[in-house]
Design a protein around this ligand. Structure first.
Ligand code: BV8
Ligand code: ZN
Length: 236
């Protein structure tokens, strides 16, 4: 921990990649320990265009369950610590795989949302995209004012990431001298690939997770523990 604190003090540009683990202490189930109700589904079975085409109601039931859980939760000390860190480091980029919006709620400004937002919807017919905070709709699946079907404006498996956001994330990883990877199982690509990109560009890589991941053997420092506890200690 002491070494990482020193690296943070010396860092000119820091990039951070977060996953569902940073929201776990806010009470948001990660994908691995999702509510028993959805246990019989894998995220890859629900978060895909074909699942939505086959059964838009089932997919919306899942998203509405997640939105209703998220409507009750707050950012945790880990989110706030990252928002603080952003104010202290000359160049700081927060890259998140999460769609819950908790980083922004905690005050993070420069957030690259690789996988979109659960709080935005997009019309399949007219393409209109907007924030929609409703946790119950007049009908499921919800319809656009044009009559088209609305979908969650998130990136599903098999869908490309928004290219401008992905390019900004690559640039941030490549130009970082310290890369923090926090609360992710590092199995989803291309997001997880940012770690290797940072490493091969000369960054020091620090992982914060309650458990080891496929990355743990390849990085400079593994801080084992809940991010909601370790991050505030790191920036104290
Ligand atoms: C793409 C948005 C190409 C939706 C998500 C084989 C077949 C088919 C596809 C593929 C394949 N191999 C690779 C692929 C590509 C695929 C992929 O990576 N699949 C994986 C599963 C193998 N990727 C894609 O399809 C991507 N698109 O490649 O497109 C393309 C290019 C051009 C043109 C067309 C296509 C799109 C991927 C994005 C999918 N969308 N989410 C939604 O959220 O509803 S992914 C979703 O799952 C999340 O966003 C997140 O990214 C991922 C879950 O990962 P984590 O965030 O890490 O969460 P998880 O629960 O897994 O882990 C939690 C971690 O926290 C654990 O490590 C745990 O120990 C830790 N933890 C728990 N508590 C704490 C903690 N840590 C700290 N503190 C704590 N308290
Ligand atoms: Zn429409």
């Amino acid at each position: 921990m002491h070494a990482v604190r020193q690296w943070l003090d010396q860092a000119r540009s820091v990039a951070v990649l977060t996953g569902a683990g940073v929201s776990a202490e806010s009470g948001v189930p990660t994908f691995r320990d999702a509510n028993g109700l959805w246990k019989q589904y894998r995220v890859q079975d629900l978060a895909t265009p074909s699942a939505f085409a086959r059964d838009p109601k089932l997919v919306w039931d899942w998203y509405n369950w997640r939105r209703s859980v998220l409507a009750e939760v707050k950012p945790n000390p880990g989110h706030y610590a990252l928002a603080d860190l952003e104010k202290r480091i000359p160049k700081f980029t927060l890259i998140t795989q999460n769609v819950d919006g908790l980083h922004e709620l905690a005050g993070s400004r420069n957030v690259l949302r690789l996988h979109g937002s659960i709080w935005e919807v997009r019309c399949l017919a007219c393409g209109h995209q907007a924030v929609d905070l409703r946790i119950s709709f007049p009908e499921i699946p919800p319809k656009c004012h044009c009559g088209g079907l609305l979908r969650p404006a998130v990136v599903w498996f098999g869908e490309p990431l928004p290219s401008d956001i992905w390019k900004a994330a690559e640039t941030a990883a490549r130009s970082s001298d310290l890369f923090l990877v926090i609360g992710t199982s590092a199995v989803v690509y291309p997001a997880a690939g940012l770690v290797q990109l940072a490493k091969s560009s000369g960054a020091r890589v620090v992982e914060i997770n309650v458990a080891q991941t496929p990355l743990t053997g390849d990085i400079d420092q593994f801080l084992q523990g809940p991010s909601g506890e370790l991050l505030p200690q790191l920036i104290a």
